[in-house]
Design a protein around this ligand. Structure first.
Ligand SMILES: [Cu+2]
Length: 110
């Protein structure tokens, strides 16, 4: 009798754990890299500094309401370092920015 209770409770634990695992792997396959959490927006600003070694650009940007950010100067990594090649300090730029909850990334800058 004791053994039956043990088996039943283990079975219930397994059933309780499984749907959560199935759900998270299902979500991962539909949204690779947690894409459903990524916010993005377009901004404009003035290039302050370009660091081609680090692959970053510092921009004095205007407000980015889509990302809840007021105007400020900040350094962004760019997705493709080749995009830094055409930039010069004090250049006015337009950029597409994404934010995955941890990190900002410039997808495109021109
Ligand atoms: Cu900012």
């Amino acid at each position: 009798m004791k053994r039956t209770i043990l088996v039943v409770s283990m079975l219930m634990l397994a059933l309780a754990a499984d749907p959560a695992r199935a759900q998270s792997s299902d979500s991962a396959s539909h949204h690779p890299g947690g894409a459903h959490d990524v916010k993005s927006g377009t901004g404009t600003g003035i290039v302050q500094k370009i660091d081609s070694d680090k692959g970053t650009v510092t921009i004095k940007h205007g407000p980015l309401p889509a990302l809840g950010m007021p105007g400020m100067t900040m350094t962004f990594p760019v997705k493709d370092r080749a995009q830094l090649a055409g930039l010069t300090p004090l250049q006015k730029v337009e950029f597409d920015l994404s934010y995955d909850g941890k990190k900002f990334l410039i997808l495109e800058i021109k």
